[in-house]
Structure formats: C-alpha cells, structure tokens
Design a protein around this ligand. Structure first.
Ligand code: GLA
Length: 701
C-alpha cells in the first residue's frame, strides 16, 4: 500500500493513488489509481506542495505560521527523513481514525528555529480515504508561538474548480451549496467553539472528472481555505481555525493538529460511498459499530417540560405496545427544571416529576419491556442552580464582564481539570443511578465568554475541546455498552470528532419531513445514514406548522435511524396501528436501511434515497415528490447502485402491484412513479407532499 522509490512515496488505496515527493514536500499526484511503473519525475515541475510557511516565494495561504522568540515569522522546514510505520500512531488527547494500515511519517526541520514538523499520511486496507495529520515540536531553547497549523494542504493544478460546502443554520443544517471560486480566497469556517450548524467542516472540490473530499476529525473551530493562487494552482487547506488561536510551545513541547481526511472519487455518489465506508469502519467504534440501532420514542415534543411519572409511564406503555425498543426521557427530569431558565448542572432527580426518582421511573419504563434512555446537557450551567451557587467559578465567564446568556444558560469551563472531573462524575452518576443504556448528550449554546483562569486566551477554544474529548474518552471507557447520541440543538456538532464517541447524532431540531429531506441529503454527503437520528414527530409540525401524512414522514425517517418524537397516547387508534406497522416493517428491514449502501436520488421535482444490500440483491428506495399541479408531467425517477444485468421485482410499499425490470432499465430509464393525482392528493392530504417507497428484490441474474 505504501511503496518507496528514492524519496518518492506512492500510497495506494483500492481505487486511488497519492504520490508524495518527500525531499521537496511535493504532492506529485492524487487521483484515480495508477498502474505500477511510473517514476512521476515530470510532475515535480508543477511545484504542488503539501505544506507551506512564510519566508519563501510562496505568498498563498500558509499551512504553518510560527512566531519565534526573536519576533520573526519565517520558517523553512527542510526534509530530514521519512518512515513507513506499520501501526497508525494515535493522536494524544484527540479523536482520530483507527484500523489496520500503514502510515508514512515525514519529518522536516527548520534549521534556524529548530522547529520540527511531522506530517503523516495513513492508508487502510480496503478503504479509499486517507488520514492526514501534522505535528510541530519546538526543538529550540526558547518558547515559540504557533499561530496556525493546518492539518492538511493539497495543491491542485489549474483553477477550474467548483467548491461544495454544507452551509446552514439551526433548523436548516448542511444545505448543499456549490459555487466556482474564480480568483481569490474562499473560506469555510466556524468561530463559535463547535463545528457549528452554519458550516460543516466537510468540503468538496470538484474538478474535471474527479471530486475531492476533505473533512476533519474535530468538533471545535475549524477553517477550510481554498485559494486560487497566482501561479494557476488551487490550494486547499483544512484544520483548526486560527481565529483567536495563539499557542505557546515551550522547549520540547509538541502541538498536534486534529486529523484530516482526504478522499477522491469520479462522482459525488462514489465519494459519499467511500466516505460512508470510512466512517463506518474507521471512525465509529465500540459495541455499536455496525450494530442495529434501537427504535426509540422520545418525549420532548410530546410533553416538553410538562410531564410527570404517570405521563411518562403511559407514553412508555403505549410506545412498547407499538413496538418501540427504547424510551428516552428528555429535558426536565432534574433539579427544579420547569423551563429552560434553571437547573443545568444540578443532575440530581426532581423527585416530584420523576415520581420518586430517576431509578424508580426508569424501572417503570423497563417494566414495559423497553430500554431506558436519558437526556443530559453536561457542558452547561444555569445561574439558577445549586452548582452555580456553590461553584460559580465552574462557569465560563470573563472576570468583570457580564456573560452573554444564550437559552438562559452559561457554559462550563471544560478547559479546567476539576470541571472535567465534575462532568465525568455527574454523567456517570446519572447512568449508574438510572441504569440508562442510551444517553442523549445535548449542547444548546455556542461559546462567547471564553476564559479560564490560567489558560491563555489564544489557547482557550482548543483547550476546551481537549477537555471535552478527555471527558468523552473516560465515559466511553467506563460505559462501553451505552449508546451515546450526540445533539447540539440538533445538528450543531455533526462531525467526525463527535462520531468517534457518539455512534449517532440528532441530525436537526427540525422534524418537518419536507425540510428534513435536504438536511438529511446534505448530511449524507459525508456521513452514513446509521449516524443520523431521524424521528417522526406530530403534525402540524412544531417547527414549521406544516402537516404531512404519517406514511410520508416515515419514508423520510427511514433515511436515517428511525425514532418517534411525539406523545403516542395522543394518537388515534388508526395512527397507532399505522405506527405499529411502520416499526414492524423497519425492524424487518433495519439492517438494510441503517447499514446498506445509501445513495441520494435526485431528479426533476423529486428527491430521496435508495439503500442497497451489499450484493445489491435487495434494496429500498424512497422517492419524495416535492411539486405537483394539474399540469404535472409524469413524475419519474432513476435508481442507483443496482446490478445492471439482474432482474428485479419492484413493489410499491402499501400497494399490491408489482412490476419487473432489469437493474439497467431502472438505473438508465426514467421510471414513472405510481402516484395519485396531485390536486386530489393535496386536497385530501392537507398539503402533504407525496412520497413512495419502492421495495426491490432480485429475482434473477
Ligand atoms: C435541544 C435538543 C432537543 C431537546 C431540547 C431539550 O433543543 O435539540 O431535541 O432535547 O434541547 O431542551
């Protein structure tokens, strides 16, 4: 997988090749896999480098910026040596990918400042993503200040590229946005302390015939820069954001940049498939890796803060009857929390609301045959809490400055060790006390008042993340069987860093099925469907006021990990019956829906997905029809991922009719969808959009 020829190193994955010239720090080639035998010598003239620093002719954005004790900034790291390691080194205190493979470690030194730069590239057997990391060691006798260390730099020839990012906001996360940069510098970043609702760290660069994907195994401030350089070259940088970043390295100390991930493929679909395989195999870990996820009921949208033990018991009983496997008690069970103004940090039971305590209520839920799950927001503190009254210094605040309140709450100063210990203790107590087998880990505000006694301001954001990762690592070790679901007001921290600890993440607080289509599709560019919590909620939808048929909501939620976010007792007998049937269907097809190869389906007025078994012998497709009028042309779809020469039987879920067609026809022809008359449907279904689920079985070939 890694071959050496002089100072040229060739890294092969099953479908791609990366060629690096170690002594001149050049990326000679990155693209589709090449046959053996090339020397790559002619490519050296392109001058595409995989790191850069000021002090040479290169004035494009740098990957490394260090300020030395004498006040100078120039660095000129020269090649020292290259090593091929048979084990992938872990990054201390940071999450990173794992698995069998080979790592190329390249070492450079700036002879004047004695700064050492190590860059590693890891390839895994059977996987097309490459993990890249960078580390700086201060070899001088005086401290240096690191102002920027990007995890990855890739220079591409030419400037004719499109960039795709996944922008958004709360309730509108990861909307695919594509543009040409033209000349200049494009930045995709986050400065709010988390990877953010607004800009996911995942980015695509689309060139002729090839799509390159970049991501970070990091959950804090990130920055991706794409620069069309003056010498007809396009540079991509990805790493920790240098906003408010200024890290002092004492003599002998190291700084590890978060791991970056690099991937390329001929199409967006192929790139997503490669990213999905990488996440499933090399990011998600522990007991829940590739394990079917339970169907849950969560009480949040069903009750908000207004519940008692009787209500929860009744909801759990009904949920169990409908086929649920897990009941999640959301916000409001602790301290004196009746609304969002109090009690964060007081993770002891509200005896009244829980009918005698969490343990008793969890037992009542379990008595119905369900597992018990619990919501907690461990990184936060309410000013109206015993914790704040006794330990005001645990809060993230700047002395002498009124803190900015967001959802009426402050954050804990996780950069400090005793606060980390407090969080580990409180979460552990809640899990032990309730016997919870699932934890929804929420995070409902961003950072504003970044300050910790003894922590340099320029180090704060990253020290917070290191503190958080330390906490998560300890909890993962102590509770290896517990399924943690990440949440940050929905999808505000949906990234590879969190996925190293949380096998799934609540994709968005927006549960409107129509809105969820683009949120889930955008998320699916980088992350597999088994990582996406996708719940059905009540109608009219609480975020948008829209209503959609239960069957339509189901078709959308089957694109991720199915759950229900409503009061099952408030449903009619007919709705309950329909949900019981949905859950039975989901369980029977869960392996395929959660872990099959999923592709996005797009077309004129339609969107959706198809999930296929490994050998493409069975598949489930959901096609959502977003428009409809009297003049509607036939609505059609082209499927993906099927075996072209096989014959499939296609059935429409909920209908008797079937038809047969070859995989080739289903993928190449526009197949008309069996839809109801659009106007009649709109009238009868209160404006719900139409959606069909197709069940495919290979019957020959
Ligand atoms: C956040 C979450 C919701 C819910 C509430 C509880 O908004 O995203 O799912 O848990 O907090 O306060």
């Amino acid at each position: 997988m890694i071959k050496k020829n002089g100072t040229v190193y060739r890294l092969d994955t099953p479908n791609t090749t990366l060629v690096l010239q170690a002594d001149t720090a050049q990326m000679l080639y990155y693209g589709p896999r090449l046959p053996a035998g090339d020397s790559f010598a002619p490519l050296a003239r392109l001058g595409r480098r995989f790191f850069s620093a000021p002090g040479r002719e290169d004035y494009a954005e740098y990957s490394l910026l260090a300020e030395y004790a004498d006040g100078s900034f120039a660095s000129d790291p020269v090649f020292v040596r290259a090593k091929v390691l048979s084990e992938k080194p872990a990054l201390p205190d940071l999450p990173s990918s794992y698995g069998e493979g080979k790592t190329l470690e390249l070492h450079y030194t700036d002879r004047v400042s004695r700064l050492h730069l190590y860059i590693t590239y890891s390839v895994f057997g059977g996987c097309d993503a490459i993990a890249v990391s960078a580390r700086v060691v201060n070899g001088a006798k005086k401290p240096l200040r690191l102002r920027r260390l990007m995890s990855l730099q890739c220079d591409f020839p030419g400037t004719e590229y499109e960039i795709v990012t996944f922008h958004g906001a709360w309730l509108q996360e990861r909307q695919k946005t594509q543009r040409r940069i033209g000349r200049g510098v494009f930045v995709n970043d986050s400065k709010c302390g988390s990877s953010s609702h607004a800009r996911n760290p995942f980015l695509l660069l689309k060139g002729e015939g090839q799509v390159y994907g970049f991501n970070l195994v990091y959950s804090g401030n990130h920055k991706e820069i794409v620069e069309c350089c003056e010498n007809e070259r396009t540079r991509v940088l990805a790493g920790i954001n240098d906003f408010q970043f200024d890290w002092t390295l004492a003599p002998g100390e190291s700084f590890y940049a978060p791991e970056a991930v690099l991937c390329c493929a001929p199409t967006e679909d192929a790139l997503s498939a490669r990213m999905h395989a990488f996440v499933a195999e090399h990011i998600v870990r522990g007991k829940w890796k590739k394990r079917e996820r339970p169907v849950l009921f969560n009480n949040w949208e069903g009750t908000y803060f207004g519940f008692d033990a009787e209500k929860i018991d009744a909801m759990a009983q009904t949920a169990a009857r409908l086929g649920a496997e897990l009941f999640v008690l959301d916000d409001g069970w602790f301290g004196h929390r009746e609304d969002d103004t109090s009690s964060l940090g007081d993770w002891y039971d509200n005896v009244q609301k829980t009918g005698g305590g969490l343990a008793a209520l969890a037992d009542r839920v379990r008595a119905h045959g369900l597992a018990f799950g619990i919501w907690i927001e461990p990184e936060m503190i309410s000013e109206d809490s015993d914790l704040y009254r006794t330990r005001p210094n645990f809060a993230m605040k700047i002395p002498g400055r009124e803190p900015y309140r967001w959802r009426n709450q402050l954050m804990l100063n996780l950069a400090e060790e005793r606060v980390q210990n407090f969080v580990v203790r409180s979460v552990s107590d809640v899990i032990v006390r309730s016997g919870a087998s699932y934890v929804k880990w929420d995070y409902n505000r961003c950072m504003t008042d970044c300050y910790g006694k003894g922590v340099a301001g320029g180090e704060y954001f990253h020290r917070y993340m290191l503190g958080l990762y330390r906490v998560l690592q300890r909890l993962q070790k102590r509770f290896p069987s517990v399924l943690f679901e990440g949440c940050a007001s929905g999808g505000g921290r949906f990234d590879l860093g969190m996925l190293c600890y949380f096998p799934q993440i609540w994709t968005s607080d927006d549960t409107d099925a129509r809105e969820r289509i683009s949120i889930q599709a955008g998320t699916s560019y980088a992350y597999p469907q088994s990582t996406m919590g996708a719940h059905i909620s009540a109608c009219p939808n609480h975020q948008t006021g829209n209503s959609n048929l239960l069957s339509v909501r189901f078709n959308v939620s089957c694109g991720g990990v199915l759950g229900y976010e409503l009061d099952p007792c408030a449903l009619s007998a007919q709705e309950q019956e329909e949900i019981a049937e949905q859950i039975a269907f989901y369980k029977a097809n869960r392996k395929l829906l959660q872990f099959g190869q999923q592709y996005r389906l797009e077309g004129r007025g339609v969107a959706g997905y198809i999930a296929l078994s490994k050998d493409a012998s069975s598949a489930i497709a959901a096609v959502h029809v977003l428009q409809g009028s009297l003049t509607e042309p036939p609505v059609t779809v082209r499927l993906k991922g099927l075996n072209a020469s096989a014959l499939y039987e296609v059935r429409v879920r909920g209908k008797e009719e079937t038809f047969t067609a070859t995989g080739a026809l289903l993928m190449r022809a526009d197949i008309p969808l069996p839809l109801e008359d659009p106007v009649k449907s709109a009238r009868e279904n209160g404006g719900s959009f139409r959606s069909v689920m197709l069940l495919l079985k290979r019957i020959r070939g």
